[in-house]
Design a protein around this ligand. Structure first.
Ligand code: C5P
Length: 227
């Protein structure tokens, strides 16, 4: 099938404590952005999908040379602003309202082709769409000023990952209607329309690189891949 893909890579990566924004950091000789894009390109060729990819970059930046076969656009102040810019770029590439759009963080370089395909196959006939997510194994406390208010029931809690997959027209509407400075994923914008996105089981190795020690995990996963 034909699938539109937006890779938001317009963040500053302040929590990484490095000079470079994290999407350009190297992991085994390839930028995080390069890993993320090539994981999708490998998935598409393995499962015979056609990808239409927009990479959203900080203003004035150019693509690392290893990233090929994509178009670029300039991002905004928040992640949702950057995704919104990506949707507008897809609109000028003739994306249709009913087309599927996947959004995947440049900072999740270890996403597995089997997980992307599970998301796609599980939701392809769905009206709304949904996200990859992992169950929570920790005990989670809700607290204010260091005082525990309650213990949440982890049976019903998930950590949201990307890719997240929604219909083009629906996601555009959701991002027009929501407060883009507040939401941290696409599903939250779609929930804001009163719709119920689905959760599809993802793998734990699909981490988001956020702080320096995450790179150490990523390196060891690349040494001992699960597929
Ligand atoms: O900051 P965070 O880890 O949540 O960023 C997730 C992804 O969103 C990263 O790939 C980052 O580059 C991207 N992003 C963006 N535009 C922003 C902020 C973050 O494209 N303004």
């Amino acid at each position: 099938a034909k699938i539109n893909l937006i890779i938001p890579a317009a963040g500053t990566g302040q929590r990484m404590q490095s000079e470079q924004p994290k999407q350009y950091l190297q992991l085994n000789g390839l930028s995080l952005l390069g890993h993320s894009v090539s994981r999708f390109q490998e998935w598409a060729s393995q499962y015979q999908h056609t990808l239409n990819t927009v990479v959203v970059l900080p203003k004035g930046d150019t693509l690392p040379s290893e990233v090929v076969g994509v178009v670029t656009c300039t991002g905004g102040a928040s992640r949702a602003d950057s995704v919104f810019a990506g949707l507008k770029a897809l609109a000028s590439l003739d994306a249709l309202s009913e087309d599927w759009v996947m959004v995947h963080d440049a900072a999740r370089p270890l996403v597995l082709a089997t997980d992307i395909e599970r998301l796609y196959q599980t939701l392809v006939a769905d009206e709304v769409g949904g996200i990859l997510a992992e169950p929570i194994t920790a005990t989670v406390k809700q607290a204010k000023a260091n005082v525990i208010e309650k213990t949440l029931n982890r049976e019903s809690l998930f950590l949201a990952q990307t890719p997240q997959m929604f219909r083009f027209g629906l996601l555009m509407q959701a991002l027009i209607d929501c407060d883009r400075s507040q939401i941290t994923d696409e599903a939250a914008a779609v929930e804001g329309l009163g719709l119920c996105p689905k959760v599809v089981l993802g793998s734990r190795q699909n981490i988001k690189i956020t702080v320096p020690e995450d790179l150490v995990f990523a390196q060891s996963w690349l040494k001992h891949p699960s597929e």
